[in-house]
Design a binder for this molecule. Structure first.
Ligand SMILES: [Zn+2]
Length: 390
């Protein structure tokens, strides 16, 4: 299989790498697991209305390259069979002291340093060895933050899970729960995905600085600030970094399936995906994606009004993509949990030319803005603390 696949790569190499093709090819081949199979059959769901289809891994990647949204439900075909409790949200923010204490601790420099490292892996593709290494680094970073920033009284309340999957990359889950909390207590989830992909070929370089390195480092800094603040939630607060989003929301579906099985309740979930781009000539805003849980959308807007220094914008994915799942919040929504989703800008102003290419880097343009990212750290902190404070 490997030989077949490398053969398929060869015609493209002169365009990408010129005379260095041979060395590069050898370097890439080291990143492909020996059991990786482009002919493996996968069960794909493009939308709830359409019948599911079996396709090969290669055909799935082609659908991805065309920009289609889908669930790969091969490993978790039965999500959403049980009914979920629905929550209402406070009319106005009510944990303002705890939120402001934490907002004051944000260090914007951390966003640059963590992203510089996180986007330095050749790719964070979930089936690659560098994808695995990147999530190991992420887990180590989380452990380091807990070690350095959590006080003596908070440390025993923090649990970090490195969730193994049938592929190489792990998901990372950080749980902060008050003493005596049960697993089934309503949990607040703040999330991003830690993998990246090159749309042309999954083993091509994919720095993924914006998609979704930006979301990952935003969560890291929100987590670090919350730990440093000494905040102890009243109900459990979790940070999720999902593997394999680009393969059809694989990591988040695995987590959702586990939560359903354990009859866990989720008070609210927010997915941060692709956050750093402010297109030239556009007015900077924090974008709320529509088409998710209406009550949570309203709550998200209130938090932005209260705690974020730029206004919100609203947007939807275009009609041809509209019914498909755009990011990991869709896995939770499919299960009947309440989830919402935030992006860098309205769909039409997003960084579409660079994501899923070798050019998804932080220095590709002045439009990549760490100042913009800072506002999302504020929202992540506000969402996490407000919902877990009662
Ligand atoms: Zn993404």
């Amino acid at each position: 299989m490997l030989v077949f696949y490398l053969g398929a790569l060869l015609p493209l190499l002169p365009y990408a790498f010129g005379q260095h093709a041979q060395e590069t090819l050898e370097a890439w081949s080291l990143n492909i697991p020996s059991d990786f199979d482009f002919n493996a059959k996968r069960l794909i769901e493009f939308s709830p209305e359409d019948p599911t289809v079996w396709m090969t891994e290669a055909e799935k990647l082609e659908a991805k390259r065309q920009g289609k949204f889908f669930f790969d439900i091969t490993d978790n075909p039965f999500i959403g069979l049980s009914k979920k409790e629905q929550f209402t949200y406070p009319k106005r923010p009510n944990a303002t002291d705890a939120v402001h204490n934490t907002l004051n601790l944000i260090q914007t420099d951390n966003l640059e340093t963590t992203l510089a490292h996180f986007s330095s892996y050749t790719t964070r593709y979930y089936n690659s060895f560098t994808g695995k290494a990147s999530s190991e680094w992420l887990a180590d970073k989380v452990d380091e933050y807990v070690d350095v920033y959590a006080s003596k009284s908070v440390k025993p309340l923090v649990e970090v899970t490195h969730l193994q999957h049938p592929w190489l990359q792990t998901s990372v889950i950080v749980r902060i729960a008050p003493a005596g909390a049960d697993l089934t207590d309503p949990t607040t989830i703040v999330a991003a995905h830690c993998d990246s992909i090159n749309g042309e070929n999954p083993f091509y370089p994919a720095p993924g600085a914006d998609d979704d390195g930006s979301g990952t480092v935003t969560l890291l800094e929100a987590l670090r600030s919350i730990l440093e603040s000494g905040y102890i939630p009243v109900t459990p607060l979790e940070f999720h970094f999902y593997a394999g989003e680009e393969g059809g929301l694989l990591g988040s579906q695995a987590v959702v399936a586990l939560y359903e099985l354990a009859q866990r309740q989720v008070k609210g979930m927010i997915q941060f995906d692709t956050l750093a781009w402010v297109a030239a000539g556009t007015k900077e805003a924090l974008n709320v994606m529509l088409g998710t849980d209406p009550a949570l959308i309203e709550f998200q807007k209130k938090l932005i009004d209260e705690y974020v220094e730029i206004p919100y914008s609203e947007s939807e994915y275009p009609t041809w993509l509209h019914r498909g799942p755009s990011s990991d919040h869709a896995s939770w929504a499919k299960a009947g949990y309440q989830a919402c989703h935030s992006t860098e800008a309205r769909w039409e102003d997003m960084n579409k030319n660079n994501v899923h290419t070798t050019h998804d880097t932080s220095d590709v343009s002045d439009e990549f803005s760490f100042e913009h990212l800072y506002h999302y750290v504020r929202l992540a902190i506000a969402f996490g603390i407000e919902l877990s404070s009662y």
